[in-house]
Design a protein around this ligand. Structure first.
Ligand code: SF4
Length: 398
């Protein structure tokens, strides 16, 4: 499993470039894992084997949350990424798989001396140096389902800066391209417009993080995955200020009926609260998670206790064994053992169970409720919903 930098991890760059205080504040939190992250690590390990010409089929990746087997489905999922990267490597080109690249050089030497550990590096999934074309390519595999763009991507830009520092002595590089491969979503590529501006920008951010009293700047992007969140005064104060408004009259925390007071807020205050809503929800979840964790460790939280919910639904431990047991010894009737369910409209259309002559009749029996109307930020890609003109409908009725 690749090592991770504590202070300046490239994947944490969206956080520490926006909130300098978070770099040192997060450095000593232990890295926690979950099944989702471990599944991603396993797929990265299988993909690295494939890129290195090994066949990982049947191999096992052991992680904190369990063992992950490389099966046909994993191979199918990774095939396009592996083939795309391989196709870039022509004769004389260089392919580096899962290699660590440092970017300590971005800091001035006197500042580097302040850091006692190599804390600015990342493991790049694949670097391709197209020697004849003088191009450096950074390839990053993302196995999640949340769309990520290569354009202006801080993590990949840091990888590129690190790789350039390491390889530009040996190779003449004039072009840098960043590539994100998402087998479960769409891929994305971007040519990094080349200039020293990136170096200077990151140097500035990193120096800010190392200041004696760095600023803590809350915001939706930086706070989302921040480990320090449940203990961070800055986000707490920022959220409380949002609820408190400018004076006592505006203060939702003092309102007798906060629900009613929110409904009466002017549109601009409501929009401001709505803007902060994702950050507030995320913070509340982090506080709940931290409180649950310490309660499970035996701590007492004033006014709270742990209870056990009703048990979940009963399921067979081994459905096949039960099926054989019921049919053999007990001679249970088939009708009592199985339930029949009508296929869905989508399945009926897919299986073409009625001919063209009856299709219209079947379509008339299909009900599809309209999508729910939701309020989203203006940046959402969908067209705005146009409200029906109720006044003119009323006029027509008259
Ligand atoms: S919670 Fe937000 S403000 Fe606090 S350290 Fe983390 S990123 Fe910075």
């Amino acid at each position: 499993m690749p090592e991770h930098a504590k202070l300046f991890s490239p994947s944490g760059a969206p956080r520490w470039t926006r909130c300098p205080g978070s770099a040192k504040a997060c450095a000593d939190y232990p890295r926690t894992s979950n099944a989702f992250a471990d599944d991603g690590s396993a797929l990265h390990s299988f993909a690295a084997d494939m890129l290195n010409g090994k066949d990982p089929l049947g191999s096992v990746f052991v992680a904190g949350t369990g063992s992950y087997h490389c099966d046909e489905d994993s191979m199918d999922l990774l095939e396009e990424y592996v083939e795309t990267v391989r196709a870039q490597v022509e004769e004389g080109d260089v392919l580096l798989v899962e290699t660590r690249h440092d970017f300590m050089h971005l800091l001035p030497e006197e500042t580097q001396a302040m850091i006692t550990w190599p804390e600015a590096f990342g493991t790049v999934d694949a670097v391709v140096i197209k020697v004849a074309k003088k191009e450096l390519q950074i390839h990053d595999l993302k196995t999640g389902r949340k769309e990520v763009s290569a354009e202006h991507n801080e993590q990949l830009t840091l990888y590129a800066l690190a790789a350039l520092e390491e390889h530009s002595l040996l190779y003449d590089i004039e072009k840098v391209t960043l590539h994100i491969h998402m087998p479960r979503k769409s891929n994305s590529s971007w040519e990094l417009p080349w200039s020293d501006v990136h170096k200077d920008t990151f140097r500035y951010y990193m120096q800010d993080c190392l200041a004696d009293d760095p600023a803590f700047i809350p915001g939706e992007i930086q706070c989302k995955w921040c480990d320090h969140k449940p203990n961070c005064k800055a986000i707490e104060e920022d959220i409380l200020a949002e609820f408190m408004g400018n004076d006592d009259e505006d203060n939702l925390l003092l309102a007798e009926d906060p629900g009613e007071s929110v409904a009466e807020l002017p549109e601009d205050r409501l929009a401001s609260l709505l803007n902060k809503a994702p950050m507030i929800k995320n913070w509340v979840e982090a506080v709940e998670k931290a409180a649950y964790s310490i309660a499970m460790d035996g701590a007492t939280l004033s006014g709270f206790k742990l209870v056990q919910n009703r048990p979940g639904n009963s399921t067979w431990t081994d459905a096949k064994e039960v099926e054989a047991w019921l049919r053999a010894g007990r001679k249970a009737k088939r009708a009592n053992m199985y339930k029949e369910a009508l296929i869905t409209p989508t399945q009926a259309l897919k299986r073409a169970i009625v001919g063209p002559r009856n299709l219209a009749k079947m379509n008339a029996m299909i009900h599809r409720p309209p999508g729910k109307i939701v309020l989203v930020p203006e940046s959402d890609k969908r067209d705005a919903y146009v409200l029906p003109d109720i006044a003119s409908e009323f006029d027509n009725e008259e």
